[in-house]
Design a protein around this ligand. Structure first.
Ligand SMILES: [Ca+2]
Length: 613
């Protein structure tokens, strides 16, 4: 662990305040929406019996959110008590060295044994980090399977035993992989205790009723149930250890379901999380907190208060221990939400302010041309939305919003939690808009957010474009450096994996015209069928080549490392086409230049034709 001088000084002040320290068991699930939980009003019965039981034994918060709609930055907020612009962890990349302590440092300095299972690389600014143990590896040295329910029981018991051996209270962070993709599937070797059918699943208001959407949702809800099985396994291990009565259990999700308008967004269902705390002797069984808003940035200050560890300076969040003890607390009427980039380094910054009634979003990248790139574009639901949109005005409007957004959005969460009707231009909401904008400015100033300047200049298109160019340029440079550091020579002939796949693209390609790519392979026939890194694509082994046909190119991007291409659905990221002769020109400066092909559709045309209800 490398911390600078300031950080070490801060740690030196983090002395324990009390001799008796409760254990902490912090459990997360991955990509689960709050309303998938029974006690939070799930319309499908039986999704989460163990989570419901935990709620019945403790306190649950009705107005709880995470800050970020994707994993790595969301978890780093939880463990740092700071917004992404104050940790540097704005996307899926390591930040090293750091000048602030994280949960692991502070708990260890406070006398705790610390260990983690799952999401290890996403939970600290760099890895490996100084946890006492990584419980992701079993006692036999083998890595535990992320979807294996019994292993969650065993690793919890193992962590508790190790803390006892060390003679310390424990702070365990057990991160369940479900319902993150890949979802449970029929004949999955990793069992779930209940399978839900496409016919019975509820359709979230931000999606649409369609057989393919239902099918995807059924797999999601079945994976929610397997996540709940893992919660049960962890809590059984705690009981078995005899430490239940001296352990504070905290449970939440890192963000909403991995489907369009939820994951990687800052909508209501993107960030709302089930948040439960069972603190024996402190929280009242079955209680519900409906007055105050809490968010992930408050987690670390809260954990330190529970553990009686003094806070270092620099937290953006605030402990909510007073609320759990039934006391009053100021500053709990709004939360600040932050999104910057996806796992692929595409920057589409969003900022949000949410109160119990309203949500205001600022999308500085939204310019009617820039298309939002996100993990959920690879889902069956998104592809179906694209397929149906040309013949369905409602879906055309929804797709338009998903891809292009608006510079500002305002929603009445009480009446429209699915965020379907943007109120930003309605005169009768002008006062609310101004109030929410003022909240936003205050948060940005207070936390030194780099999006403040574009926010203040939000009516100046050139200023917004310059900001987006700057942050995307930073992300591109960071990824180019990473590639340079990681660049390995191509595997030698005969080496393991060499020549498994060879792409044979067409000798020429035109924007708007379908292309066919032939992929020759030498994958051994006994492997039968293998998934390759492209959504819903499998390699049939018996032959020695297969074809991908019908992809339409709608945009070419000349890039510093050759040409990247975008196709219409389905996206196919790993395949690179050669530089076409007609559509691109070299950039005089060598910097990225974008050329739009014939198929680049007009947003304004779509918007005129359809309006969102
Ligand atoms: Ca996640």
């Amino acid at each position: 662990m490398k911390l600078d001088h300031t950080c070490l000084l801060l740690l030196a002040f983090c002395l324990p305040l009390h001799a008796a320290k409760p254990n902490i068991l912090f459990i997360t699930v991955d990509d689960m929406s709050c309303d998938s939980v029974g006690v939070y009003g799930c319309k499908l019965k039986g999704t989460t019996p163990h989570m419901d039981q935990l709620a019945a034994e403790g306190l649950r918060f009705d107005y709880a959110h995470v800050q970020v709609g994707n994993c790595y930055p969301s978890r780093n907020v939880m463990f740092s008590g700071r917004y992404p612009h104050n940790t540097g962890v704005e996307g899926f990349y390591q930040v090293k060295p750091i000048n602030y302590p994280v949960m692991c440092d502070l708990m260890k300095a406070g006398g705790y044994y610390t260990a983690i299972r799952g999401k290890v690389s996403h939970s600290t600014p760099y890895q490996p980090y100084a946890w006492d143990d990584d419980l992701t590896t079993g006692p036999d040295g083998k890595k535990l399977h992320v979807k294996d329910v019994p292993s969650y029981h065993d690793c919890t018991l193992q962590g508790i035993a190790k803390a006892k051996t060390a003679g310390k209270p424990f702070c365990l962070n057990i991160n369940i992989s479900d319902p993150h993709k890949p979802f449970w599937k029929p004949n999955d070797p990793h069992k779930t205790s209940k399978v839900f059918t496409a016919e019975e699943v509820p359709i979230p208001g931000f999606l649409f009723d369609d057989p393919l959407v239902r099918k995807e949702l059924a797999l999601y809800y079945t994976s929610v149930r397997r996540a709940d099985d893992a919660v049960g396994a962890i809590l059984r291990a705690l009981e078995k250890s005899g430490e239940r009565e001296n352990t504070v259990v905290i449970f939440l999700s890192d963000h909403g379901m991995p489907l369009p308008f939820a994951k990687t967004q800052l909508y209501h269902h993107s960030t709302r999380t089930p948040w439960m705390v069972r603190w024996p002797g402190v929280t009242k069984p079955g209680s519900l907190e409906k007055n105050y808003m809490i968010s992930a940035v408050d987690l670390l200050p809260t954990l330190l208060d529970i553990a009686g560890i003094k806070h270092p300076k620099g937290f953006d969040g605030q402990s909510f221990v007073p609320i759990m003890k039934g006391q009053k607390q100021l500053g709990r009427s709004a939360i600040f939400k932050v999104y910057n980039e996806n796992a692929g380094g595409n920057r589409h910054p969003i900022r949000g302010v949410q109160t119990k009634k309203y949500l205001y979003l600022f999308n500085p990248w939204s310019d009617d041309r820039n298309v939002f790139k996100t993990a959920t574009n690879g889902t069956a639901t998104y592809r179906q939305m694209r397929k149906l949109a040309p013949h369905d005005p409602y879906l055309a409007a929804r797709l338009d919003m998903m891809d292009f957004r608006e510079l500002e959005e305002l929603y009445d969460i009480e009446r429209d939690p699915d965020c379907l009707k943007n109120l930003v231009e309605l005169p009768n909401h002008a006062f609310t808009l101004k109030t929410m904008q003022a909240h936003m400015e205050e948060y940005m100033r207070d936390t030194n957010d780099h999006a403040l300047e574009p926010f203040l200049n939000r009516n100046d298109r050139a200023a917004l474009a310059a900001y987006i160019q700057k942050v995307q340029g930073d992300a591109d440079a960071r990824r180019a450096n990473k590639r340079k550091r990681k660049q390995k020579p191509a595997p030698k002939a005969g080496a393991k994996g060499a020549g498994l796949l060879r792409l044979n693209p067409p000798s020429s390609a035109s924007a708007g015209k379908p292309v066919t790519i032939t992929i020759a392979h030498t994958i051994p026939a006994n492997l039968k069928e293998q998934g390759i890194h492209a959504p819903k694509l499998n390699v049939g082994i018996p032959g020695n080549e297969f074809q991908l046909g019908g992809f339409q190119i709608h945009q070419f991007i000349a890039h510093d490392r050759g040409l990247r291409r975008q196709t219409t659905a389905p996206p196919l990221d790993p395949i690179t086409l050669p530089r076409p002769r007609q559509q691109t020109k070299p950039s005089p400066s060598g910097s990225p230049v974008r050329f739009h092909g014939q198929q680049f559709r007009s947003r304004r045309g779509a918007k005129r034709a359809h309006s969102c209800p």
